[in-house]
Design a protein around this ligand. Structure first.
Ligand SMILES: Cc1ncc(COP(=O)(O)O)c(C=O)c1O
Length: 394
């Protein structure tokens, strides 16, 4: 195995997860059920693969590794396809119902019955790429104008992917958090609707719908596995993905003491710092991580109570493990499947491999011979140039 995994500086915070009702109340099982009922009827819906990486598990001395591969989700290259478009549909349904004075069905919006009215509603969001692509795709399907704000470091490849779905892409000078702030300001000034994957005080409905949409991915896993995993490693940006998966798993496998570990880049550890401080804390990002989707300095206040109550371990990893993990997936051991995974997709697997190579951490996380690990390959190739660069590194 590559030495990058054995000489890795990983920070680890064991969290006092007190449990409680957040896992059932922030996103209810009804929220998940509604999202699953809607999204699984969409044209192009198909469950994504859940791969067993048998040779890798054997090499690491554990029982199982399952990798949920989101690279092909709705042909949008990431799990985010499930969130933004669904939240957009829910908002449109609410807004058109209010404007027209009668209930509006989601199938009628998708079928084009309200095209004329929908054209007068503008949906906006900030993004570091994947959420914006999902929103742009949904807006194109529903016939709604879409504006996306990106920060200075978002690659032009990712901007182009959003323009391809008809979005107007506005690049700003600051970082991700600045793009969120500007989106809020401009939306308020112009009467546009924000469909964000992060939340803030007084703004929770679309981010809750986004997180409910992610439940489709977790439900597919729960329907496939006959046994709960012992460990789940979840990468965190603002925490929406990790919170959604955590809530779903805890609701579904309520009797299984799954160890839920959240991992972030050491350049953007806002959830880690929040856990250390025992309260939601922003982190001032100094340098952009290669894991673009995880480069967030402000946790989502809607996600945080779930993570605070349920996550047992917070970890950070350096960028140096990203390329080796992507290459390991592309050129796997023995009969393991070859997987194309983007930069932000591999953080969970990277920390799991590195932990298995670090005796103290392995003990601390109780990664014994019976460990059954679940990770989420949250994106495929979302920027071909960056993917090619990382695959070429030695
Ligand atoms: C590929 C990928 N994985 C994980 C995440 C993290 O999701 P969240 O910001 O909800 O924590 C993102 C966020 O953009 C992402 O694009």
């Amino acid at each position: 195995m590559h030495s990058a995994f054995s000489n890795t500086k990983i920070a680890h915070h064991v969290h006092n997860a007190l449990g409680g009702s957040a896992k059932d109340q922030v996103i209810t099982s009804q929220d998940f059920t509604d999202a699953i009922a809607e999204i699984t009827t969409w044209q192009g819906y198909a469950p994504t693969p859940l791969y067993a990486l048998r040779a890798l598990a054997e090499e690491l001395g554990i029982a199982k590794i399952h990798y949920k591969d989101e690279a092909l989700r709705f042909n949008l290259a990431s799990f985010k396809a499930l969130g933004g478009a669904y939240a957009a549909l829910r908002l449109l349904q609410k807004e058109l119902t209010a404007q027209l004075g009668h209930p509006v069905k989601s199938q009628d919006i998708i079928g084009g019955r309200y095209r004329a009215q929908a054209a007068g509603i503008t949906l906006v969001s900030a993004t570091d790429g994947n959420h914006g692509r999902s929103l742009a795709w949904g807006c194109q399907r529903f016939g709604v104008p879409c504006r996306i704000y990106i920060h200075a470091e978002v690659s032009e490849g990712r901007a182009e992917a959003m323009r391809a779905y008809g979005a107007l892409v506005v690049r700003i000078a600051g970082d991700y958090d600045a793009s969120v702030a500007l989106t809020r300001l401009e939306a308020e000034k112009n009467g546009w609707f924000v469909i964000s994957d992060t939340s803030w005080p007084g703004y929770q409905d679309p981010p809750r719908d986004v997180m409910a949409g992610y439940g489709v991915m977790v439900n597919e896993i729960c329907q496939t596995l006959d046994q709960a995993p012992t460990h789940v490693f979840l990468q965190g940006g603002v925490g929406g993905m990790a919170a959604s998966i955590t809530a779903f798993l805890r609701q579904y496998w309520s009797q299984s003491p799954i160890r839920i570990c959240v991992v972030e880049p050491d350049l953007a550890p806002c959830l880690f710092v929040s856990a250390q401080n025992g309260t939601l804390t922003n982190f001032n990002i100094q340098k952009e991580t290669v894991m673009a989707g995880l480069s967030c300095g402000a946790p989502s206040p809607l996600a945080w109570p779930i993570l605070d109550a349920e996550v047992t371990d917070f970890l950070t990893i350096p960028d140096t493990v990203v390329g080796p993990t992507m290459r390991l997936l592309a050129h796997p051991l023995a009969d393991d499947p070859a997987i194309t995974a983007g930069e932000s997709a591999v953080a969970g697997l990277a920390v799991a491999i590195a932990a298995c190579h670090t005796p103290d951490l392995r003990d601390a996380l109780a990664l014994g011979a019976d460990a059954r690990i679940l990770v989420f390959g949250s994106e495929g190739i979302t920027d071909p140039d960056i993917y090619a660069q990382l695959m070429a590194e030695v």
